[in-house]
Design a protein around this ligand. Structure first.
Ligand code: ASP
Length: 320
């Protein structure tokens, strides 16, 4: 787990991403670490070029959705019927505008549709067929269902059909949901989160990721958080907003995240993780799950880790 302390505006811009709370099998650990580092390089380059926090988080999450090692976009888990249904959210801390989609099908990049909901509609969240209809109106191409499904997600789905399967344990048994938070050079803050959800979930299940304050929250006055973990638990404690509440009370990103994660564990038995930023460029990647793969870019340094207490660094110019 990691955090960076803020000490002035030279700490901006900053971007932090995660690739899901849980337990990543050894054979996938290098690929998920490479995935989050690539996502930070992509988003951080946008911030270094004076791009917006919103553009950076959407670019980073898009790259992770396209990576089959994560439970978002390509590689999403399957629902009980064996279909992919995805949730995504974005939020702009300048004016608290947000856009989300839930239970969308046959889209490569749900996070981009969430952004269109924010930019082009008067609504905050579109769901199911209505969201897919909106995608068609916006000219977003649909992809074949099969093109989002990996051998791994199908194998996992079959395993979870067993009557004694524990879906929450299964969620924690693999790399997961993806998310990003950023503060740009202007001090604007944004977040984005995207997921295939809970493995073998009921058809039509909407998780935390599509719900403002649960799967993401961004406010220029306070900071931003992108959570991952058991969605039903995250929703019960409104995790992202709870973290920002603790920050409003004076807590650092790290203390706020730890307090909120501890509360979720005590109160509803939920485990998860979160990436958090504050307006000064302070940031944290914290989790109560066994692992959470994360990476951050700040002051030309790329920070990353997977296991508790791990914190590696390299130059953002290092291509690997
Ligand atoms: N929070 C997501 C959900 O429950 C899953 C995850 O973060 O891995 O849909």
């Amino acid at each position: 787990m990691a955090h960076g302390r803020s000490n002035g505006s030279d700490m901006l811009p900053v971007l932090v991403v995660h690739g899901g709370a849980g337990h990543v099998p050894e054979e996938y650990q290098q690929s998920v670490l490479a995935g989050v580092r690539a996502a930070v390089r992509e988003g951080y380059a946008i911030l270094q070029g004076q791009g917006s926090a919103m553009d950076a988080v959407v670019a980073a999450v898009t790259l992770l959705e396209n990576n089959p090692s994560f439970n978002a976009g390509l590689g999403s888990v399957l629902n009980a019927k064996g279909d992919v249904e995805m949730d995504a959210i974005v939020m702009d801390g300048r004016d608290l505008t947000s856009g989300a989609v839930s239970a969308v099908k046959r889209l490569a990049n749900p996070v981009q549709l969430a952004r269109l909901v924010m930019d082009k509609t008067i609504h905050l969240c579109l769901t199911g067929e209505g969201a897919n209809q909106f995608a068609r109106e916006m000219g977003v191409p649909e992809v074949p269902e099969e093109s989002l499904i990996t051998d791994y997600s199908r194998m996992r789905w079959k395993k979870n059909l067993a009557p004694d399967a524990n879906l929450v344990e299964s969620l924690m048994g693999k790399m997961g949901t993806v998310g990003a938070v950023a503060v740009d050079a202007m001090g604007n803050i944004a977040c984005a989160t995207s997921t295939g959800g809970l493995p073998n979930k009921m058809e039509g299940r909407v998780g935390d990721t599509a719900c403002i304050g649960c799967g993401g929250y961004a406010d220029n006055k306070v900071g931003a958080a992108s959570p991952t973990g058991h969605g039903e638990a995250i929703m019960k404690v409104v995790l992202a907003r709870l973290i920002l509440f603790h920050m409003e009370q004076g807590c650092s990103t790290e203390v706020a995240a730890d307090k909120a994660l501890a509360y979720m564990k005590e109160r509803v038995g939920g485990v998860g993780g979160v990436v958090v930023v504050d307006p000064q460029g302070g940031w944290s990647a914290r989790f109560s799950s066994r692992q959470m793969v994360w990476a951050a870019g700040q002051q030309n340094t790329l920070h990353f880790g997977l296991h508790a207490g791990e914190h590696f660094t390299q130059s953002t110019d290092d291509p690997n």
